[in-house]
Design a protein around this ligand. Structure first.
Ligand code: MLT
Length: 240
């Protein structure tokens, strides 16, 4: 068995993995779900961080837990951080699980939207971005209220910084063929933000990767369809 490290989405924190921290306990030596800088009550970076800085913080959490190598599972922004881990700390990565994420960088237009989100929350607080459920969450999702409560707990500055950091992430497509650890790609069938088409790009380029579509789930598949998500995690952790 190996340790499992779960990396969270934007603008949530390590608590989005509460269920998996429990359910995966018997499938891994240890399960960590660190909150990225500024999220989940962790200290806020004084300067604008990059996703590389976030990856370094994940490694620091592994160091603190005396974990040399771990199976890394990242959802959405967590997947972007997983790619940074692969680039910077490859020897620490035993497996990769890329959920509801994508390898492509932002377009100029998407990057502009990230700046606008940062400005919006810096001026109006996190509530300013919570007026309507985000497009990626399926309409009338029963999970919106719980996710909203988690988002409300995050400092506006952490949300602004993460938005900008994501806008500056590099294109990870050139790294895909170098991934030589057991890799699983998972996407909610109704994920409109990181789509099946984007998952297919990763699947085609990562040698030996598996692709699983999670029925009845949108972008936050581990919360929307927890049983199918856990089954995919288990299958990946067991794979030779
Ligand atoms: C996330 O779910 O982590 C983010 O929405 C991803 C993104 O905005 O690209």
């Amino acid at each position: 068995m190996t340790a499992l490290v779960l990396v969270h989405a934007f603008p949530l924190d390590g608590s989005m993995w509460t269920r998996q921290v429990e359910t995966m306990r018997d499938a891994a030596d240890a399960v960590l779900a660190p909150s990225l800088p500024g999220f989940g009550g962790t200290s806020l970076p004084r300067e604008q961080p990059s996703l590389d800085d976030y990856a370094d913080v994940v490694v620091a959490a592994m160091d603190a837990a005396k974990i040399q190598r771990a199976a890394i599972a990242g959802l959405s922004m967590g997947g972007y951080v997983a790619f940074a881990l692969w680039r910077r700390h490859r020897a620490r990565v035993a497996r990769l699980f890329l959920a509801d994420t994508r390898a492509e960088a932002d377009t100029d237009e998407a990057r502009e939207r990230r700046y606008r989100v940062a400005e919006l929350v810096r001026k109006g607080g996190v509530d300013a971005m919570l007026k309507t459920p985000p497009a990626w969450l399926r309409e009338r999702s029963p999970h919106w209220d719980a996710l909203k409560a988690t988002i409300r707990r995050q400092p506006a500055e952490a949300v602004a910084q993460a938005s900008i950091a994501m806008g500056h992430r590099p294109d990870s497509r050139p790294d895909l063929p170098s991934i030589d650890v057991p890799t699983a790609i998972v996407v909610g069938e109704a994920d409109t933000l990181t789509t099946l088409e984007m998952a297919t790009v990763m699947h085609a380029q990562i040698p030996g990767a598996t692709l699983t579509v999670i029925p009845d789930a949108g972008h936050i598949a581990n919360i929307e369809a927890p049983e199918a998500f856990d089954a995919a995690l288990r299958a990946w952790l067991r794979r030779e």
